[in-house]
Design a protein. Structure first.
Length: 298
């Protein structure tokens, strides 16, 4: 009797789990449909990833978005770094109020061609900390993808938190048509090892890798212009070759990058036509090629 009862109970538990799985798959399917409708006029979507924090991922994301916008493309920059959203600070938009209705959030305009949405706009004060558990992160990212009204965009650049956690995984589930990821590393071994994990992550979730960027690659002395290799250079490039992914360029450690971000503007906008700004021209080439390929096919 008891055995029967237990096995029934187990069976019904298994059924419940299976049902939950089916429901969540259905939910994800429904989410994807709603997101697809909302992003119907967004031509290309890409994510900027890094193996660890502090390597300049958000700085690279901002400058990629600004470089594309500077070329006349309509660009959206979405910051889903829930633990340390730095885009509002880097773009001079800290404390900017959000505008929206029940099911729609409007991004914040930064110049003619660039619109920004950040999880940082949801926290009122700079020091606010929210404890984000996995499901809460999933809901937030889903809401951002489903509710933000970008309008027609050529490119949506998504700044993801460092590592291979819930956020990039959620993006890969909810945006199966993502064009790919740009991976940012610094040249020293520790950072390069971590970005290898990001490459494996992308491969596991079938996310295309647009390329690797090596940031803080040598220090340019602001007085004499001499280059010092503080973190060595070339680690990112070697690793990209070894792992068979494109290498997009090396950005030096440049005091002007910090100055620009402290001023709340992108480096490429503030210091165009410099050697460092030219590196961003190389970095965005595969992104521009996405549109070229599309035009050739149509
Ligand atoms: P992450 O997103 O990887 O955590 P951030 O983009 O927020 O890193 O950059 C961290 C800090 O490093 C910022 O103050 C930024 O201005 C600075 N930084 C980023 N890249 C460079 C660079 N190439 N040269 C000088 N400072 C940089």
């Amino acid at each position: 009797m008891f055995e029967d009862k237990d096995s029934n109970k187990n069976q019904s538990n298994e059924e419940k789990i299976a049902e939950q799985k089916r429901a969540s798959m259905g939910q994800t399917f429904k989410d994807r449909q709603l997101i697809q409708q909302r992003l119907a006029d967004v031509k290309h979507k890409m994510m900027v990833l890094s193996g660890k924090g502090g390597v300049g991922k958000s700085t690279v994301a901002v400058n990629i978005a600004a470089s594309l916008a500077h070329k006349g493309h309509k660009v959206g920059l979405l910051d889903i770094d829930v633990h340390g959203p730095s885009i509002p600070k880097l773009m001079g938009l800290e404390g900017h109020p959000l505008d929206g209705t029940e099911n729609t959030l409007y991004p914040v305009k930064k110049g003619d061609n660039l619109n920004v949405m950040s999880v940082g706009f949801l926290t009122q004060r700079r020091d606010d900390a929210i404890i984000w558990r996995g499901p809460l992160k999933f809901s937030l990212i889903r809401q951002f993808l489903r509710d933000v009204e970008w309008g027609a965009l050529d490119y949506l650049v998504i700044d993801s938190p460092p590592g291979t956690g819930d956020e990039p995984l959620t993006i890969s589930q909810l945006l199966p048509d993502l064009d790919g990821a740009i991976l940012v590393t610094t040249p020293q071994d520790l950072a390069v090892e971590d970005v290898r994990k990001s490459i494996s992550f992308c491969r596991q979730v079938n996310m295309k890798i647009l390329g690797v960027v090596e940031n803080m690659s040598g220090f340019i002395c602001p007085k004499c212009g001499e280059v010092t290799e503080i973190f060595k250079t070339g680690g990112g490039k070697r690793m990209a070759e070894e792992m068979g992914v494109p290498f997009l360029g090396s950005i030096p450690m440049d005091a002007k990058i910090v100055q620009a971000s402290d001023l709340g503007t992108s480096f490429v906008e503030h210091y165009p036509k410099t050697d460092t700004a030219n590196v961003f021209e190389d970095i965005i080439r595969p992104i521009l090629n996405l549109q070229k390929k599309e035009q050739e096919q149509s």
